[in-house]
Design a protein around this ligand. Structure first.
Ligand code: FAD
Length: 479
């Protein structure tokens, strides 16, 4: 009989717990070490809580087109975007304490569900802080002050990242906040300053504005969402401004200080922005300290993340890494895939190296921005290799009926083969609409194949097939 492989995983987020489930089901003996809660930052403080908060914000945003749809909007809503009069009942705003209670309850319930699935699969969960030793063991500082030692044939590091803190704007958890601390707020911040206009900053700025805060977004770059599709960023920024958000572009924050119940953000050019709260969303740092990486021979990238190859191997034999700590793509789906791939590889199963050209991702603003594959951000759109077509959503019959005007479907195809290689969707629920394009990219469908698929009439997905038809026509015109 084959000896059972002993696997120790440090970190219980999607990179760690998905790997644990896979490895255990494949017959390995698995220990999962987690210092806080199973589900990781993804479930407890980042992805799940933010999307739950945004679910409430989405309902509030949906009132925007109420007047156009013939719904009486009460004066409370007109004066303050946090309320609307609907069918005799009046929405006057949100109870943030209740919203946050729901957020936290949902996150902890999901953590419990994951812990149950792990236990059912036979995974041993150990609560404590883990680190590597030179002889491929894992030492764990347990809550009772003792140290436990686990021997491993294979180790997976999935320790995630934490918010980057700036000494001149240290979070106090009350008015100067990280994205992990906002769920302790009992009342809606009347005037919220969000520093950082990347995905996290944009999502929170949009959400709090919809919930009723007056929001100022401080962006060091020319536009919001630097690094994303420029047309998508332009749509989002114009929607933000139309809804009354103050967007300060090319404005780098130098400090944030408290003055009683006010906060003052000083910009590098000396301007000052005042508000009641500030949310710092200025990136993240990998959790690599105290892990014993150097002693174990695990190398880091220039940015300080753990260096891995496409099957999640680090530079040290038998030690794998997955998720945000590798800095590959900071997404829960990618973390989970890297973790699974690591286990398949370690346990001698058939394995496909990770392919980042097929990853779909979404920015949960209103409208949402979803992207897959190669776009004009990661592949030069006017290079001879690609064609693109952008179809605005305001020509879509369903969008007209629903009162949506902002957004588009954009498709990219490879010249010669005419296969779909990428897409961007800016629309309500773009996270769902991107899936057919992801399938097209994954299955190497041609523009004509996508163009000839039936779509429901009327539907937003009709714009995907229509964009493919126009892309086909454009390509023919060029020939
Ligand atoms: C605000 C926000 C919203 C996001 N929304 C989305 C989204 O909508 N969709 C999406 O795909 N991604 C989203 N992400 C990204 C997503 O949260 C991460 O990609 C995901 O959490 C990465 O999973 P992970 O397993 O690498 O790490 P994590 O989820 O961070 O888990 C790492 C775990 O390791 C533990 N740990 C660290 N060091 C040790 C140690 N020494 N010993 C024991 N345990 C340790 C930590 O306690 C933590 O629980 C969001 C991120 C943020 C910040």
């Amino acid at each position: 009989m084959d000896a059972v492989t002993r696997i120790v995983i440090i970190g219980g987020g999607p990179g760690g717990y998905e790997a644990a489930l896979v490895a255990s089901r494949l017959g390995a003996e698995v220990v999962l070490v987690e210092r806080e809660g199973v589900g990781g930052a993804s479930v407890l403080t980042d992805c799940v809580p933010s999307k739950t908060l945004i679910a409430t914000a989405d309902v509030m945003s949906s009132f925007e087109s109420a007047e156009e749809l013939g719904i009486h909007v009460g004066s409370a809503y007109q004066q303050h975007s946090g309320g609307a009069s609907l069918g005799g009942s009046c929405v006057t705003g949100v109870n943030l304490e209740k919203v946050n209670r729901r957020v936290k309850n949902l996150a902890s319930a999901q953590s419990v569900d994951i812990a149950e699935s792990l236990s059912k699969a036979g995974v041993q969960i150990v609560k404590g802080r883990g680190r590597l030793t030179a002889d491929r063991q894992v030492e764990v500082d347990l809550a009772d002050g003792t140290v436990a030692i686990y021997h491993a044939d294979v180790i997976l590091l999935a320790t995630g990242v934490r918010p980057r803190e700036v000494p001149e704007a240290m979070p106090d958890g009350e008015r100067i906040l990280t994205w992990k601390q906002v769920y302790n707020l009992k009342e809606l911040p009347p005037e919220l300053i969000v520093v950082g206009s990347g995905v996290t900053g944009a999502e929170f700025a949009g959400a709090y504005q919809a919930l009723g805060s007056t929001v100022t977004l401080v962006s060091s770059r020319d536009r919001v969402l630097p690094g994303e599709d420029a047309d998508a960023a332009e749509v989002l920024e114009s929607v933000f401004r139309r809804r009354g958000m103050r967007v300060l572009s090319r404005s780098r924050a130098a400090s944030a200080v408290r003055d009683g119940d006010r906060v003052i953000v000083t910009l590098e050019d000396g301007r000052k922005v005042e508000g009641s709260h500030v949310l710092m969303a200025v990136g993240s740092l990998p959790n690599t300290e105290g892990l014993g990486l150097e002693e174990a021979g695990v190398e880091l990238t220039k940015s300080g993340h753990i260096e891995v190859d496409r099957v999640s191997r680090t530079s040290a034999p038998g030690i794998y890494a997955a998720g945000d700590v590798t800095g590959v793509l900071l997404l829960a789906s990618v973390a989970a895939m890297q973790g699974r791939i690591a286990m398949y590889h370690a346990l001698g199963e058939a394995v496909w190296p990770i392919n980042l050209k097929r990853v779909s991702s979404n920015i949960f603003t209103s409208p949402e921005v979803a992207t897959v594959g190669q776009t004009n951000v990661n592949a030069h759109h006017d290079s001879p290799g690609f064609n693109e077509y952008k179809l605005p959503l305001d020509s879509n019959p369903r969008a007209k009926m629903l009162g949506f005007k902002d957004g588009f479907v954009k498709l990219f195809s490879r010249r010669g083969s005419d296969t779909i290689v990428g897409g961007v969707v800016v629309a309500p629920r773009a996270s769902e609409l991107i899936h057919p394009i992801t399938m097209a990219v994954d299955l190497h469908l041609t523009v004509d194949q996508v163009a000839s698929v039936f779509t429901v009439y009327p539907s937003l997905s009709g714009s995907i097939a229509e964009a493919a038809r126009r892309l086909h026509a454009d390509v023919k015109d060029e020939d």
